[in-house]
Design a protein around this ligand. Structure first.
Ligand SMILES: Cc1ncc(COP(=O)(O)O)c(C=O)c1O
Length: 377
């Protein structure tokens, strides 16, 4: 018996294992190789010392929810009620799963754009839903809204968005938001917006959070990850924001899935959020990494695609080889000692545009060493 017969080990685990086996530099999985802030560690330690070591309240500690509401109000101009509209979760992936489990019943259709973060499709399937897969348009990976409209049926329950986008680094534009508003109003579809890279937007662009748009927020679950933005992926801390009528249902699922999230980390992050510079400095910090990586790669035989956000940079390799992208990434890991991710792994049917994903959320010396090897290909 299997509810997910086609699911095997994820490509991230496979590539990280291969990287370890061949002592390769790992630019595959999306996590930083530098440590988090000392201030943040100290705040968590203080919380433990002060005895904040028992269960937190089910929706999360109130001071953290209040700090998040304040950040949302400052950045996105939306007044969110911390009591009824924010729930702290053990990471972004959990926040996404819980939103799907809350709303999706057998036969409900969920629109998912491909390439897609790997948890989305299994999350829908395990809840009895039907993923409706729509390709983003290569090479800038924009949404073809005509195509979306043509795939809507009376069973369409939800549309999943991810901005900034993993693996492509594309971001939603105002034009996308307008199209989305038309569809959601016309067909009354729920939105699940995965915004784990909210602060990682480059070249002066604005993160168009769904939270900015009251008409959209009314129908939405918006999910975030502290792990991704504060270099603490191993802590698995995140949150979900939704209007009270949806959050009420979300919490019914959450309270029997994990009930509550670890307490000292919640206090630590609350203290950290009191200094807005801790998140306002992130776009410049990561853009410097992206730009440095691109500059180093300029005289390699890879061709960069545009990365507007996230911590990923896609590269075409058609000047190097016509191998399939999986074979190519495995070969360069073994022969040149740099691990990346084949973008075909983010498509159910393995669509292969001969593009690979590099994670640039790494120390300068890691990027420099990796590029020294990539230039030899
Ligand atoms: C698009 C996207 N959503 C969600 C997550 C998961 O976040 P977390 O580690 O907080 O579960 C990731 C992590 O890779 C991601 O890339």
């Amino acid at each position: 018996m299997s509810k997910l017969p086609n699911v095997g080990t994820t490509i991230f685990t496979v590539m990280s294992a291969l990287a370890a086996q061949h002592k390769a530099i790992n630019l595959s999985q999306g996590f930083p190789d530098f440590d988090c802030s000392e201030i943040l560690k100290q705040l968590v330690n203080e919380a433990m010392e002060q005895g904040h070591n028992q269960y937190a309240p089910m929706p999360g500690i109130m001071p953290l929810r209040e700090a998040i509401a304040e950040k949302i109000s400052n950045l996105y101009g939306q007044n969110v009620n911390p009591d009824t509209e924010i729930t702290i979760t053990p990471g972004g992936t959990y926040a996404i799963f819980t939103a799907i489990a809350t709303c999706i019943s057998a036969g409900d259709e969920v629109i998912i754009f491909e390439p897609a973060y790997d948890s989305y499709i299994p999350n829908v399937l395990v809840n009895g839903g039907v993923p409706v897969l729509i390709p983003l348009s290569y090479p800038d990976y924009h949404i073809d809204w005509q195509l979306v409209r043509s795939r809507i049926t009376p069973r369409t329950k939800m549309i999943m968005l991810n901005t900034p986008h993993n693996p492509t680094g594309s971001i939603l534009t105002e034009a996308d938001i307008q199209e989305l508003e038309k569809l959601v109003t016309e067909f009354n579809i729920l939105i699940l917006s995965d915004e784990v890279y909210e602060h990682l937007v480059y070249d002066g662009a604005k993160h168009l959070s769904i939270l900015r748009y009251p008409a959209l927020f009314r129908n939405s679950f918006v999910t975030f990850s502290f792990g991704k933005v504060f270099h603490i992926t191993g802590w698995k801390m995140g949150y979900c924001v939704a209007p009270a009528h949806l959050m009420q249902e979300y919490r019914k699922v959450h309270q029997y899935l994990c009930f509550s999230v670890n307490t000292p980390m919640q206090y630590g992050i609350t203290g950290f959020l009191k200094t807005p510079e801790h998140y306002l400095s992130l776009p410049a910090f990561f853009q410097q990494k992206r730009d440095h990586f691109l500059q180093l790669m300029a005289d390699s035989r890879f061709t960069p695609l545009q990365s507007c956000g996230s911590y990923f940079q896609l590269m075409r390799y058609d000047r190097i080889s016509d191998e399939g992208d999986k074979d190519f990434t495995i070969r360069i890991t073994k022969e040149f000692g740099v691990a990346s991710i084949p973008v075909s792994a983010f498509y159910q049917e393995g669509k292969d545009d001969h593009v690979v994903r590099f994670c640039f959320a790494k120390r300068t010396e890691t990027l420099e060493k990796a590029v020294e090897r990539l230039r030899k290909i």
